[in-house]
Design a protein around this ligand. Structure first.
Ligand code: MRU
Length: 359
């Protein structure tokens, strides 16, 4: 188990006081360090700098972070507490724009408070933290279920290409794209995972390679520009990546470079799958064109890890995500099963059945 995001009680057995605890992913693979926090500015900074990253993990961190901050609220009444909570939530929501899980998790916490009739501020604080823990636990079980469905696509001897990190480090545990790999490994299936390095911040070589190696899974890191050659050599049987936001028609935003991988997979006749829980689906966005794409600091390209890799003032374009159009996607592996085209219909049915179950 990799405990990417957790609630850390000060006194075991008592929910409060407590802190959000995360793995500092900027330090991996060199060292495994945990950070604890209960301040809004630190949580904002950790999300923005990718100390905690990956769509579901960002959602879990924001939800638990909200509870950690609001435990210190000086509010005297329910109304004041709700106002304080909305203010911190709006601030955290500004940290990154693309992964919809961030807004989904924050909204869910706000709705939980709105729907509660509790008037005692001390109990509202507990309700908020408990909702963060519920979101985390739900994420862990959804990721496990994604693995149970996705493993059916795999066979012994398969080569799997993945991009970025959509593993345990990007979620509560197990991951999305990597969950089927963990499920296969647990039943002794022999696989080889090719992990794209993933320029410019190297989530593939730093994080995917780290967590798979730690689990004893056969992983080979390649530079992004080697994917075509590896496919041509017949080493890849399936591509599975995660997603940061999936539009109602199945268009899927994921780490920059995913779109290119999907085109390569199509050319080489290799099935391309996205793996994601329902919290990554944005049913309010019709197509991928509407997905906001984060632009990041040019220095990530000019001197990514300290050393100049381009002239220091060179113009840089640094979108953090791209959108893979639905026609390049063979299926979307979710906790409710694998969705197939036409995605407009399969996604709508999945969301409807979820809403139905929630009532
Ligand atoms: O910028 P990052 O590292 O947060 O980007 C993460 C990705 O693009 C992941 O592939 C995606 O969030 C899926 S995570 C299960």
């Amino acid at each position: 188990m990799i405990d990417t995001v957790r609630w850390k009680e000060k006194n075991p057995g008592n929910l409060l006081p407590g802190k959000l605890r995360i793995i500092d992913q900027t330090r991996l693979p060199e060292e495994l360090i945990y950070l604890e926090t209960d301040t809004d500015t630190e949580i904002y900074d950790y999300i923005k700098r990718l100390v905690v990253r990956g769509a579901p993990a960002i959602g879990c961190a924001a939800a638990l972070g909200l509870g950690a901050v609001l435990q210190h609220s000086k509010a005297k009444t329910r109304e004041e507490f709700l106002k304080d909570t909305r203010k911190v939530s709006d601030f955290l929501a500004e940290s990154r724009p693309t992964a919809v899980n961030l807004f989904w998790a924050l909204n869910r916490c706000i709705n939980k408070l709105n729907n509660s009739t509790e008037t005692r501020v001390e109990l509202l604080k507990e309700i908020l933290v408990q909702e963060g823990i519920n979101i985390l636990n739900e994420d862990i079980s959804m990721c496990k279920a994604i693995g149970d469905h996705g493993v059916k696509l795999l066979k012994g001897g398969f080569g799997i290409l993945t991009h970025c990190n959509a593993g345990a480090l990007a979620t509560g545990d197990y991951g999305t794209a990597l969950s089927p790999v963990y499920a296969a490994h647990s039943v002794g299936m022999d696989l080889k995972v090719y992990s794209d390095e993933t320029r410019p911040l190297l989530q593939g070589s730093r994080l995917t390679a780290w967590e798979l190696k730690k689990a004893g899974i056969n992983v080979v890191t390649i530079c992004d520009n080697m994917a075509a050659q590896v496919m041509k050599e017949g080493k890849i049987n399936i591509v599975i990546t995660g997603a940061d936001r999936i539009a109602a028609n199945g268009d899927s935003a994921n780490k920059i470079g995913t779109y290119g991988v999907a085109i390569l997979a199509k050319y080489h006749n290799i099935p391309f799958y996205i793996a994601a829980p329902y919290s990554t689906i944005d049913i309010d966005i019709k197509t991928g064109v509407e997905i906001p794409i984060e632009q990041r600091n040019p220095d990530e390209i000019r001197k990514g890890f300290g050393k100049l890799t381009a002239p220091k003032d060179i113009n840089v374009y640094n979108p953090a995500f791209d959108v893979t159009p639905n026609e390049l996607i063979n299926g979307i592996i979710t906790e409710s099963g694998i969705l197939y085209p036409p995605f407009g219909e399969s996604i709508k049915n999945m969301i409807l059945s979820k809403n139905h179950k929630c009532k």
